[in-house]
Every structure is written in structure tokens, then in C-alpha cells.
Write a protein that binds this ligand. Structure first.
Ligand SMILES: *Cc1c(COP(=O)(O)O)cnc(C)c1O
Length: 409
């Protein structure tokens, strides 16, 4: 029995991760590699278990946002190549060769400085060159008047002796949207990418790896897969956008649970929680639950969210507090202290998912999973069994026995 405090906890099902990866691999075919994007602690799912599992399942590359995330992956024993999407500060560039990490190069001056650092130490740094074809985030601008200069700079970088230029890539701005304008824009970005690739080829500069698809583009633009797709959100079983869902049979990997800490009956006219934005208009049964905005259940869901208790939906009433909130369980007479509350997941015939939370908070499912608080233990399930947990205070030096209570059942 794995021990962790069952106040609020997330369950991450690794079989579903496995299923989603296979869906992607089958969809892109054998000629296309899959990068597992595990930035931001694997979109809140926990990068240790997720990256280890993905590597075992045959993912070809990993994508992260920065050097610390890359270093963590190596610590977890990841051996596959890792690409950093962001910039690594020059002070930390030694870690690139030390941990064998591939760095994105987005400007000439950054490439030149990396080259100097590597030259000083007699090392080589592997890099992918990022083109900005319409996202206006990172990369070499390649449209119109910028094109000539960027081509010249990339040519110089390709000849730097201490940079091993291995890949060329870009990133789409609206591959998740299906209106005609967005589709045209995505094609325009792709054509810019191809033109740049061809112009560089004409100068004798070729890249071993070309990639431009995130999850949405992977699903909706199979013509653009090239050598590799960079998939994040679909691996976690979430759709990149609400309007386009059906291409893959995805299984959401994360569930979120909490427990009822108290049930009380309140009289009509009694108010509930901070600010008194909810007032009972009849005698009600109210359940207090040990989850709040510090766990990632946003305050915006006050008087708005719903959770599942005994297979029925229970509305959130009053303001969401930092660590607690209240549910209306008037219609669920069996609800009592200690009962399980399904925050995200299925209970009987009822389901609450991250897309619903996203809609209620005017956001996207990506943000919802990233917001699950760091104090929420991540419990890993495989073959129906709990196989591990990552929790605050679970480190060796923290004497977990004294901090982690076992469940009394
Ligand atoms: C985050 C990210 C991805 C993955 O995006 P998803 O929509 O989650 O698949 C791919 N490429 C880059 C450069 C990214 O920053």
C-alpha cells in the first residue's frame, strides 16, 4: 500500500498515457518520430514518471522549456535526446554538453555566444534552429525583408565549428482552429518553412531533422508531419481545442480527488463562505471539502463548479477558499465525513473533465492541468494498481514516515 495524505490527490494513469502515445504513433506512421513534450512538469502530470514511461514506450525525443527541466530528465535516467525550446543562459551552457542536451538557437548573437563558450572548453553543442514563420515568439524571421539576413546568419551558424546543427523547426500559431483564415495562416507558415529549407539547401546547408507540428497540427495537417511531431497535450489525453476532438480516441490521464471533511445541516437564510455570495433558501446539507485554489481549483469556480459524490453531481456553493470549499449535498443523503469526492474524473454515469473547467473559467485545458497545485500528491496507476507517488515532503531526507500518514481504512 502506497502512503500519501488523502486530502486532495491526483491519479495519473500510465496505461492511458501508453494508449495515447500508441494512437499518435499509429496515426503518424513509422516514418515519423514522436517527441514527447514534458515541459512544465509534464503539463502538471509529473515529469519523472511520465518521461520514464514515455521512454520505455518508445518515444524518440523529449521536449522541455529550459535547462532545469532537461537536467531533471537526465536525473530520472532519461537517455533519449532532449530539446530545449527556450534559451539557456550562457552561464549554464556547460550543462548542455555535460548532460548531452540539444539547444534551440533563435538568434545569430545567441548562436555566436554559445559557439564561444563551447570553443573555450573544446566542446560541441548540438542545436536546432528555430524559424519564426508567424508566431512572433522565438526564432529567425524569414518573411519578406527579413529573409535574406536570416538566411545569411543561419549559413554562418551552420559553419560554426563547435555547434552541431542538427535540426530546423518552427511553431504554428493557430493550427488548433478550424476557420478558413486560420487554416490559410497555418499553410502560409508551412510554406515559409519549406521555402527557407529549400533556400538553405540550395546553399548546401541541410538538416537531419525537420519538425513543425504540435498536437493540433499533428492531428489536422498530416501533410506537415515531416521527420518528427512534437506532441504534448494529446499524450495526456486532452484535445488541443474543443472544436476539433475526434481524430484520435484519447483517454484523459489525470483524475483529481478529494474528501469530505464535514457535513452539516444549515438553516434557510444561512450564508456560506467568504463574502456571503451564497445564501440558503431552504434547509440544506452542506459538505466541506479539503480542496481550494491553492490546489488549483480556482476561485473563479465559486458558485459555479460541480463535483461528484456517490455518483451524483454536487454544486460548489459560495466562494472557493485557499484550502477548502463547500458543496451542496442536500440531494445526496448518504454523503458523510470521509467520503470520496471526484473533482475531475468519472463517478458512476457522471463525468467532470478539464474541458468543462476550462470552459467555466474562460481558459483552455492546458492551463487547467498546469495549475494543479504543487502540494497535491501525484499518484501513478498502472495495470489498475498504484505503483508510485510523488508528493511534497516525500524525499529521503524528509523522513516521510513522520510526515505521511497512512490511510485509515
Ligand atoms: C509546448 C510546445 C509543443 C507542444 O504543444 P502541444 O499543443 O501540447 O502538443 C510543441 N512545440 C513547442 C515549441 C512547444 O512550445
Amino acid at each position: 500500500m502506497i502512503e500519501y495524505v488523502k486530502r486532495t490527490w491526483a491519479v495519473v494513469d500510465l496505461d492511458r498515457l501508453d494508449h495515447n502515445l500508441r494512437e499518435v504513433q499509429n496515426y503518424v506512421g513509422n516514418d515519423c518520430m514522436v517527441m514527447g513534450v514534458v515541459k512544465a512538469d509534464a503539463y502538471g502530470h509529473g515529469d519523472q514518471y511520465i518521461s520514464t514511461e514515455l521512454e520505455q514506450l518508445g518515444v524518440n525525443w523529449f521536449g522541455v522549456s529550459g535547462i532545469e527541466e532537461a537536467q531533471n530528465l537526465r536525473r530520472w535516467g532519461i537517455e533519449k535526446p532532449i530539446l530545449i525550446f527556450g534559451a539557456t543562459p550562457l552561464d549554464y551552457s556547460f550543462m548542455l554538453w555535460e548532460y548531452q542536451i540539444t539547444q534551440t538557437v533563435h538568434t545569430y548573437s545567441y548562436a555566436w555566444e554559445l559557439e564561444q563558450e563551447a570553443a573555450k572548453q573544446g566542446k560541441t553543442i548540438r542545436v536546432h534552429i528555430k524559424l519564426d514563420t508567424g508566431m512572433s515568439r522565438l526564432g529567425f524571421l524569414v518573411a519578406g525583408s527579413h529573409r535574406q539576413q536570416s538566411l545569411e546568419e543561419i549559413e554562418k551558424i551552420a559553419n560554426f565549428p563547435h555547434l552541431q546543427v542538427e535540426g530546423l523547426y518552427t511553431h504554428f500559431a493557430c493550427a488548433d482552429e478550424d476557420d478558413a483564415d486560420s487554416v490559410e495562416y497555418t499553410w502560409q507558415q508551412f510554406r515559409q518553412y519549406e521555402q527557407t529549407r529549400d533556400a538553405l539547401k540550395a546553399k548546401g546547408i541541410e538538416f537531419a531533422l525537420h519538425h513543425c507540428c504540435n498536437s493540433a497540427a499533428t492531428l489536422h495537417y498530416p501533410q506537415m508531419h515531416l521527420d518528427m511531431v512534437r506532441t504534448g497535450i494529446v499524450l495526456y489525453g486532452l484535445a488541443p481545442s474543443p472544436e476539433r476532438k475526434r481524430e484520435l480516441a484519447l483517454q484523459s490521464a489525470m483524475e483529481l480527488y478529494s474528501r469530505i471533511t464535514m457535513v452539516k445541516e444549515i438553516d434557510s437564510q444561512t450564508s456560506v463562505s467568504y463574502g456571503r455570495i451564497f445564501q440558503a433558501n431552504q434547509t440544506m446539507r452542506v459538505a466541506t471539502v479539503g480542496i481550494g485554489y491553492a490546489d488549483g481549483y480556482e476561485r473563479m469556480l465559486s458558485n459555479r463548479g460541480r463535483m461528484l459524490v456517490h455518483g451524483q453531481e454536487a454544486p460548489v456553493i459560495g466562494r472557493v477558499c485557499m484550502d477548502q470549499l463547500m458543496l451542496d449535498v442536500t440531494h445526496i443523503p448518504q454523503a458523510q465525513e470521509g467520503d470520496l469526492v471526484t473533482v475531475i474524473g468519472r463517478d458512476g454515469d457522471c463525468v467532470v473533465d478539464f474541458d468543462e473547467l476550462a470552459e467555466q473559467t474562460g481558459s483552455i485545458n492546458y492551463e487547467k492541468v498546469c495549475l494543479i497545485g504543487k502540494r497535491v500528491p501525484r499518484v501513478y496507476r498502472k495495470g489498475g494498481e498504484e505503483i508510485g507517488v510523488v508528493a511534497m515532503g516525500k524525499g529521503k531526507s524528509m523522513e516521510p514516515r513522520r510526515l505521511i500518514l497512512s490511510e485509515e481504512e
